[in-house]
Design a protein around this ligand. Structure first.
Ligand code: SF4
Length: 311
C-alpha cells in the first residue's frame, strides 16, 4: 500500500517496503539472448565469502533503516521496512548460500524475496524456501516450447521449464507459506511480443505480473519497439489488475541494485553497460551510495507514478 505523507514541508510518497535487489551471481543455466546479467569487474562473487556477505547485509540494514536520517532518499520518500530481493543470474544454482542469505536477512528484521527461473525447484527446496520469503518471483517469457528455446530459456542438456510441475511446486509453496505472494516477470522481446500469455498467467494465478520491455542495456538482441510493447500490454488488458508495466524510461536509473561483487550499480544512460559504486561491505553503504549515480528523484517518481495509476 502506498500513500502520500507530508514531511518537512514537502509531500513524500510513503511505501511499506523499500526493495533492494541483490544480483547474487552472474551464473545461470539458461542463456537468454537479451540477458542483463553481465557485470564488469575483477574478483570473486561475494556469495562465496560469508563474512563479507554478512557485512554487506548489515551495512544495507543500517543504511536503509527507515529511521536513518543520514539516508538521502528520506528527503523524497518514506518507508516502513526493507525487503531484500535475491536475483541473478540464477540464485538457486547456489541453494545453500541463497537460503543462508534469506535466513540472515530475516533475522535482521528485513523481509526477503527471490526471483528465479524455476529450473532448480524440487519439493525439498520449496519446503525450505517458501517459509523464508514473502514473495516468490518466477521469470516466464512464453508458454511455447519452441519460443522458449529460441529466446534461450533452455539449459545445456536441452531442458526447459516444465509448466505443469512448476504449477504443482507453486501450490506446494503456497501450502508451506499461505501468506506467500507470487510474482511473474515477463520480458517482452522480439520473439514473444505477439503472444497471448493470458492462459498461462491465469493458470499460475500470481498476485502480480510484471511486464518489462526488453531494455537494450547490455545488448540490443531481441529488442522490441515501443509500439509492439504497447500492443502486448493492450492484448492483456483483461489482466490489468495484476499487471505492473515497465517501459524503458521508468527502468533507467530507478532501481536499488547490487551486483555479485557487492557494488551498487546502475544503467548508464549515455552508454551501454552499467556504472558502479565501490563494494558496499568494504567502503560502507553511505559512501558507496554517495559515489553512485543513482537518481533519487526518478526512483521516488516511480512511486508517485504508481500512486497515480493506483498501484
Ligand atoms: S534466466 Fe535470467 S539470468 Fe538466466 S540467462 Fe535468462 S535472463 Fe539471464
Amino acid at each position: 500500500m502506498l500513500h502520500l505523507q507530508s514531511g518537512e514541508g514537502a509531500v513524500r510518497p510513503h511505501v511499506a517496503e523499500l526493495v533492494i535487489n541483490w544480483h547474487i551471481t552472474e551464473a545461470c543455466n539458461y542463456k537468454c539472448r537479451y540477458c542483463y546479467a553481465k557485470w564488469n569487474g575483477a574478483g570473486r562473487e561475494l556469495l562465496h565469502d560469508w563474512s563479507r556477505v554478512r557485512n554487506l547485509l548489515d551495512e544495507l540494514q543500517a543504511f536503509f533503516h527507515p529511521e536513518n536520517a543520514a539516508n538521502p532518499l528520506r528527503q523524497h520518500l518514506s518507508w516502513s521496512g526493507i525487503r531484500l530481493n535475491l536475483a541473478g543470474g540464477e540464485p538457486l544454482l547456489y541453494q545453500d548460500a541463497s537460503l543462508r542469505v534469506l535466513d540472515y536477512v530475516r533475522s535482521r528484521g528485513m523481509a526477503a524475496s527471490i526471483i528465479t527461473n524455476g529450473s532448480r525447484f524440487t519439493g525439498d527446496l520449496i519446503d525450505q524456501l517458501a517459509p523464508l520469503v514473502s514473495m516468490l518471483g518466477l521469470s516466464l517469457d512464453s508458454a511455447d516450447v519452441a519460443r522458449n528455446r529460441e529466446i534461450g530459456r533452455v539449459d545445456s542438456r536441452g531442458l526447459l521449464l516444465d509448466v505443469d510441475s512448476t504449477s504443482e511446486k507453486l501450490v506446494r509453496a503456497r501450502r508451506r507459506n499461505p501468506a506467500l505472494r507470487l510474482k511473474l516477470n515477463t520480458v517482452v522481446n522480439a520473439l514473444n511480443h505477439q503472444e497471448d500469455m493470458s492462459p498461462i498467467i491465469q493458470a499460475l494465478a500470481p498476485q502480480r505480473w510484471k511486464v518489462l520491455r526488453m531494455l537494450p542495456v547490455v545488448t540490443s538482441e531481441l529488442a522490441v519497439s515501443a509500439e509492439a510493447f504497447r500492443a502486448f500490454v493492450a492484448r492483456h488488458h483483461a489482466l490489468r489488475e495484476l499487471m505492473c508495466v515497465e517501459g524503458n524510461d521508468s527502468m533507467s536509473e530507478s532501481y536499488l541494485m547490487i551486483d555479485p561483487l557487492g557494488r551498487f550499480f546502475q544503467n548508464a544512460s549515455s552508454q551501454r553497460g552499467y556504472r558502479y559504486s565501490g563494494p558496499v561491505d568494504v567502503v560502507g553503504a553511505e559512501r558507496a551510495f554517495s559515489e553512485w549515480p543513482f537518481s533519487v528523484d526518478v526512483y521516488a517518481s516511480r512511486y508517485r507514478d504508481a500512486l497515480v495509476v493506483g498501484r
